[in-house]
Design a protein around this ligand. Structure first.
Ligand SMILES: Cc1ncc(COP(=O)(O)O)c(C=O)c1O
Length: 396
């Protein structure tokens, strides 16, 4: 099969015929309907929301309410549980700076997290505000459940981890980790940047108290993401960024803040991005066999990498997102990336903003990552495999 039923919907392939795009874990390509939805804001709406009472302002308000509902529903949450953010990184920073750690200081995370999840908490640790426990991984980059059980205790305020790892693709058992956190009176923050695009998550019974994700990793625009959390937590969270749109009244000696989710959305928002984000969620909601197709693609990826004698990082199980990282023993990761690019195959090389994770896997100088999404076919991955076979003859 050279085309999925979706490939035609992505204009970038018309301009780049023959391109094998295997860098979706970095960012996904955008279908026409998402691009159109984004442009429709500038063409048909154009105004500010929640501020101007004129016709266009009201029209923008109405559409944004619809979009919030669509994106919240996509992850099984209520509209008023969703805060617009710039991306996953901003959502994670908001959480790090908003939760109260005055009574319990311990935060538990893992060496396998993206810098977006690790750095805000390392910074709090370095300022003496929290105690940070960073769990080690096994040879496949997985964290044993016993490690979580040992680390999460009655001192723990927050547990931070992903439901889709960006170096190996491994998906943590969020439900179990959430139960452990809750049994100990702690909260679970899930970095869903690589999980939400690939699996149907129902926030309410996922085990997560906070869920962060980015539109651009799931067919949507760059510059827009979401933080989903429970209403009772939203009420208790400290404000991080404040300004227009976050307050009820301001006197020079007193600020009365808004209540609820929108008080975390300071300043004019990325309206066009929000329109595109909602359209991306609608597109993905129409695909019923996403996970099954992606499992097949990962199996072909593994075959391609193993068949070329490369070192592959991560395991083979079913609980993996459709990506694999690897190295040729005698090659630099960036060199392999560029050699593949010459053959019209786009992959990522380096540390993927997860240097401690890559190093824990034993790839001291970085690795190469191939990642799939709905527009990829088995033929794409086979073409990648053939290219690896050619590289094998050079690097053996
Ligand atoms: C697991 C994970 N978390 C967080 C992020 C950060 O996402 P963003 O750059 O959209 O904020 C990424 C991006 O690659 C990621 O893979």
């Amino acid at each position: 099969m050279t085309k999925t039923r979706y490939k035609d919907e992505f204009p970038l392939f018309k301009e780049n015929e023959g391109l094998v795009y295997l860098d979706s874990a970095c960012t996904t390509l955008k279908p026409s309907r998402v691009i159109e939805a984004e442009m429709s804001y500038y063409r048909e709406y154009g105004a500010c929301a929640s501020r101007s009472s004129h016709r266009l302002g009201r029209k923008t308000n109405g559409k944004l309410d619809e979009c919030r509902e669509t994106v919240a529903k996509f992850v099984g949450a209520e509209s008023d549980e969703l805060v617009w953010t710039k991306n996953t990184t901003e959502a994670l920073n908001i959480i790090a700076h908003s939760i109260d750690v005055s009574h319990r200081k311990k935060v538990v995370t893992t060496v396998m997290e993206h810098h977006a999840a690790l750095l805000p908490f390392m910074k709090l640790r370095d300022s003496g505000l929290i105690d940070l426990t960073i769990l080690e991984c096994d040879a496949n980059g997985e964290i044993a459940m016993q490690q979580w059980e040992k680390a999460i205790d009655s001192d723990t305020r927050l547990v931070v981890t992903n439901n889709g790892n960006n170096t190996t693709g491994h998906v943590n058992d969020i439900k179990k980790i959430g139960n452990l956190a809750h049994d100990n009176g702690a909260l679970l923050c899930v970095d869903g940047a690589q999980g939400v695009p690939h699996s149907k998550i129902r926030f309410k019974d996922s085990g997560a108290d906070f869920l962060c994700f980015s539109a651009h990793k799931m067919l949507g625009p760059t510059g827009i993401g979401a933080l989903v959390t429970k209403k009772e937590l939203l009420k208790k969270m400290e404000l991080f960024v404040i300004g227009g749109g976050t307050v009820k009244t301001v006197k020079l000696d007193k600020i009365e803040y808004d209540e609820g989710n929108t008080r975390f959305e300071a300043g004019i928002q990325n309206y066009a991005g929000i329109f595109g984000f909602a359209e991306a969620c609608k597109f993905l909601s129409e695909i019923s066999d996403l996970e099954a197709q992606e499992h097949k693609l990962r199996a072909v990826l593994i075959k391609a990498i193993d068949g070329a004698g490369a070192i592959r990082y991560g395991g083979d199980g079913k609980n993996y997102a459709p990506l694999c990282s690897f190295n040729f023993k005698n090659a630099k990761a960036h060199e392999v990336g560029l050699m593949l690019d010459k053959q019209d195959i786009a992959v990522r090389s380096g540390f993927f903003c997860a240097q401690p994770a890559i190093e824990a896997l034993g790839a001291k100088d970085g690795a190469v990552r191939a990642s799939c999404y709905i527009y990829n076919t088995e033929d794409d991955v086979k073409k990648f495999g053939e290219a690896l076979q050619r590289l094998k003859t050079i690097y053996e």
